[in-house]
Design a protein around this ligand. Structure first.
Ligand SMILES: Nc1ncnc2c1ncn2[C@@H]1O[C@H](COP(=O)(O)OP(=O)(O)O)[C@@H](O)[C@H]1O
Ligand SMILES: CC(C)(COP(=O)(O)O)[C@@H](O)C(=O)NCCC(=O)O
Ligand SMILES: [K+]
Length: 253
């Protein structure tokens, strides 16, 4: 059984080709600029060719989106390529998790669902380092304990660069020391140690609030930068959100 899972985020559209529950290949496209369904169809087809995917062998397509403007056009493109209706999942899709929030973004819901399936024991926190930096927390029964939405790291960096005359673009890597003496190292310290402090602070505060040392999962764009810098994050998994969407697709059909 071949399933294509698509996560439409504010910065990237991530695809995963699943064989059963295993994600075999994954690739990403930029979300912006928004494209027409004809342009999307062409791009998706090219990506399939690159990854040697024959559209006619795909049994099912699952879409999760936090960009409503794109959901319709991507659905149309998928219909044209595969001749099938994709399964669009969201917080209303039933699962073992109670989202509780009536506004919860599909990616946050998918993160909770994946944590509930993959790490059944105890309480879990999922950090998503995307356009926004989100943290969500769930207990072993599948009850949502709550969510945090903070500015994303690259989003913050871009606004810092945009609003200043003399600050350049930098690579998001750990500087040699916390205190820097050149602009780039100073900014790297602010971005890397600043957000690391935010993430570690959230973990401590959540653990105190839910009275347990939660298991912590990191996913999304720049999670690989922060995972090696702290023992408070237990696993990093780029495919975590896609896996949650896959499970939601299973319960939707
Ligand atoms: N492989 C990568 N290396 C470095 N930065 C990345 C990578 N992939 C994504 N990013 C950065 O992470 C952010 C987007 O993360 P992502 O989880 O794809 O966001 P969203 O779900 O909001 O679209 C962007 O700011 C992007 O520049
Ligand atoms: C918080 C988000 C912007 C995160 O989106 P992302 O950074 O993954 O593109 C998205 O989940 C969203 O638009 N949520 C709706 C509001 C809510 O979850 O309460
Ligand atoms: K995301």
């Amino acid at each position: 059984m071949l399933t294509i899972v698509i996560n439409i985020g504010n910065t990237n559209i991530r695809f995963g080709l699943f064989e059963g529950e295993e994600c075999r290949t994954s690739w990403i496209l930029n979300t912006k600029p928004y494209r027409t369904s004809d342009e999307l169809q062409m791009q998706f087809t090219m990506m399939y060719q690159t990854h040697h995917i024959d559209a006619s062998t795909v049994d099912k397509v699952v879409i999760g989106s936090v960009v409503p403007q794109l959901t319709y056009d991507i659905t149309r493109a998928i219909k044209k390529i595969h001749g099938l209706n994709p399964v669009v999942v969201n917080r209303e899709t039933a699962s073992g998790v109670q989202p509780k929030s009536k506004q919860m973004g599909t990616d946050i819901y998918a993160n909770l669902v994946a944590a509930h399936h993959l790490y059944p024991e105890g309480k879990k926190i999922i950090f998503d380092f995307g356009t926004a930096l989100t943290a969500s927390c769930i207990d072993a029964k599948g009850e949502t304990l709550g969510v945090i939405i903070a500015p994303g790291i690259i989003t913050s960096l871009n606004s810092l660069i945009h609003d200043t005359a003399q600050l350049p673009e930098i690579e998001l890597i750990k500087p040699k020391k916390v205190l820097g003496l050149d602009t780039v190292s100073c900014m790297q310290s602010g971005m890397v140690y600043g957000f690391l402090g935010m993430v570690e602070g959230f973990i401590d505060r959540i653990n105190a609030e839910v009275q347990e040392d939660c298991f912590v999962i990191a996913t999304g764009g720049v999670s690989h930068v922060y995972k090696p810098l702290t023992e408070k994050i237990h696993v990093a998994d780029r495919l975590h959100t896609l896996k949650g969407l896959y499970y939601l697709g299973e319960s939707a059909s």
